[in-house]
Design a binder for this molecule. Structure first.
Ligand code: NAP
Length: 584
């Protein structure tokens, strides 16, 4: 007969499920920093469906996702589930775990009560038509990250998972090690092995960003196991040894270079040339580290906005830049010439499917994947571990917490199949990088309009626009255009063709870019059509000002030509908007 509730660490007899369990809960009324958002409570142990498994959790992994779940941003995960029909008004987080199977649904065949398992965090409906037809579950609309987008994660005595999430626990790992690697390692596996002809193979060269981080440390080991050579990127030489012990051939300190960030505009001769110098020096550093003039044919990307231009440039012809996050920002700029002429691939990747997670786990079972556990905590410290992450004061590598295990170092029952070196991170290692957003972000599609959040006072474009258009012809010289700008005290001149159609705009920025790398005489003698920004973004005079602003920011423009009955009648600029919203 099961007790109503077992104390933490008091293991119920195998297969006995108490009606209640201890758990750390997040509730909407206390959304905020982890120390407040997470609280210990006792809740009903969840029932399981026919394809599900109830696992007694021994240890759980810590990920950023549940910092965001606790903050309630960018998504109120509880509200979203309630809206979808789930009744629980709380969230039990935790998307990594090790534990023991205590109960299986009637359709479960891959695990049985008593099995020691680790779990990957990919859930999807087995009834999804796409999945039933053999499609990759990662593309199923039902795909969810367990313990973030779903409830009943691993920060509790029992967790409810789908049977397909369960994989054998490596016997040589203790509980907290086994709970640390699955999310990052499976993600890295799909990134490196999931993309057909570009899958990593013997003899490849891989460039791994954030080599000492959660994903990067796994990527180095996965690349090594495939027989590839990797170059690890880090922010300091103190992390070189760590990455080399994991298997990198060499490392580069990204702080030795300063060409990071979005690409300079291709018309900006000087800026682009400076960027090119920086990125070529970086490419030469890769050669130096490799000891041969080879370009990486696979680039493992997640920093995003600041590194993508470099990743695409250094990637070999026919190679792949595979990206699973945009930690530094989402607007990746691409010089398309390199993408098409050298036929490179920029590929998005998200977590991993069941098969890929198991392939990754094979590596762990064979002792070829160190979990890179940097710090383990007790159950009571679940909010502390998340608070450290929230404050960016956590170490690199992966962190986990004990749940059912009563002490550190328990659970290892076998010798590692091969000798394992556990590399250690530099003493006092801490993150100095931006907070990543959760690995899953809601993205409105064509059919799901997002509610407008912009407040609008009803101001229309016609209330602020300047009437009249100052124009030039396509063949007017830049010298002539400059005179018009100076004499009329305007920031841009519209280029009209012989039929009076606006075909482009020469802005002050275009003029400055025309002068970059040229003598004043050369720049003056260029024609308007050579320097203008082609096309002419227009808006109707009756458009709301807020919509016109979105149009300008979306296209990175400072002005729009205003039309009435489709005829150009004036101009509205960002300066006009600033006057209105801030005042002169
Ligand atoms: P992590 O442990 O924090 O490591 C990220 C590493 O990126 C840092 O260690 C840092 O290393 C490097 N970095 C930071 N800023 C950088 C910059 N400006 N330029 C170059 N490198 C920079 O995080 P993680 O667990 O590896 O995860 C990385 C990202 O992937 C996060 O945004 C996470 O949410 C996302 N993720 C996505 C999925 C998915 O399935 N889509 C799964 C897991 C993680 P140095 O300072 O040493 O360079």
């Amino acid at each position: 007969m099961a007790k109503e509730l077992y104390n933490l660490g008091e293991m119920p007899p195998l297969g006995v499920i108490p009606p209640k369990m201890h758990a750390w809960l997040i509730r909407p009324e206390r959304f905020g920093k982890p120390m407040e958002a997470f609280q210990k409570e006792v809740v009903d142990t969840p029932p399981i469906a026919d394809d599900e498994v109830l696992v007694y959790v021994m240890a759980a992994g810590i990920n950023y996702n549940n910092v965001w779940a606790g903050l309630g941003i960018p998504v109120n995960v509880i509200g979203a589930r309630n809206k979808a029909g789930e009744k629980e008004e709380f969230h039990i987080g935790g998307s990594d775990a090790s534990g023991i199977v205590y109960k299986v649904g009637k359709d479960v065949t891959n695990v049985k009560v008593g099995d020691e398992v680790v779990m990957h965090c990919g859930q999807y409906s087995r009834h999804c038509e796409w999945v039933k037809s053999g499609g990759d579950p990662m593309y199923s609309p039902t795909f969810r990250i367990w313990g973030y987008e779903t409830n009943w994660g691993s920060f509790a005595q029992f967790t409810k998972v789908q049977a397909q999430q369960c994989m054998p626990k490596p016997k040589h790992m203790n509980w907290e090690e086994a709970a640390a690697y699955t999310l990052v390692a499976a993600t890295a596996w799909r990134m490196l092995h999931g993309w057909g002809a570009n899958a990593v193979k013997k003899g490849d060269v891989a460039l791994i960003w954030g080599g000492a981080g959660g994903l990067g440390s796994m990527a180095i080991q996965i690349a090594k196991a495939a027989g590839a050579t990797s170059v690890a990127m880090v922010s300091g030489e103190d992390k070189f040894d760590y990455c080399m012990k994991l298997g990198a051939k060499g490392c580069i300190n990204r702080n030795e270079f300063d060409h990071w960030g979005m690409l300079p505009h291709w018309k900006d001769n000087v800026g682009y040339a400076k960027w090119m110098k920086g990125v070529r020096a970086f490419g030469a550093k890769i050669w130096e580290v490799l000891g041969e003039k080879r370009a990486p044919n696979i680039v493992f990307e997640h920093p995003g906005e600041t590194t993508i231009p470099t990743s695409i440039f250094v990637c070999d012809t026919g190679g792949i830049v595979v990206v699973c996050a945009g930690t530094t920002g989402y607007n990746a700029t691409v010089d398309l010439r390199y993408l098409w002429m050298r036929q490179k691939r920029l590929q998005g990747s998200h977590f991993a499917n069941t098969e890929q997670s198991n392939q990754m786990n094979e590596l762990a079972l064979r002792g070829l994947l160190d979990p890179c556990l940097s710090r383990a905590f007790t159950y009571d410290d679940i909010p502390v571990a998340h608070q450290l992450m929230h404050d960016n004061k956590h170490p690199h590598g992966n962190m986990s917490v004990l749940v059912g295990a009563t002490g550190f170092g328990q659970g290892a029952s076998g010798k590692p199949p091969v000798a394992i070196v556990h590399p250690t991170l530099p003493k006092d290692d801490m993150h100095t990088t931006p907070h990543p957003y959760p690995m899953s972000t809601p993205l409105p599609g064509i059919g799901e309009a997002e509610a407008l959040t912009i407040t609008d006072d009803g101001t229309k474009v016609r209330d602020l626009m300047h009437r009249g258009i100052i124009s030039c012809t396509p063949t007017d010289t830049v010298g002539t255009v400059a005179k018009i700008m100076v004499n009329k005290e305007i920031h841009a001149v519209v280029v009209m063709d012989e039929r009076g159609k606006a075909i482009g705009v020469v802005s002050q920025t275009d003029m400055v870019l025309a002068r970059q790398g040229r003598t004043p005489d050369e720049a003056r003698s260029m024609r308007a059509q050579d320097v203008m920004t082609p096309g002419c973004a227009t808006c109707d005079a009756d458009m709301l000002l807020s919509e016109a602003v979105s149009l300008m920011t979306g296209r990175r423009m400072h002005r729009l030509v205003v039309t009435e009955k489709e005829q150009p009648v004036g101009v509205i600029s960002m300066t006009d908007v600033v006057r209105k919203i801030i005042g002169e």
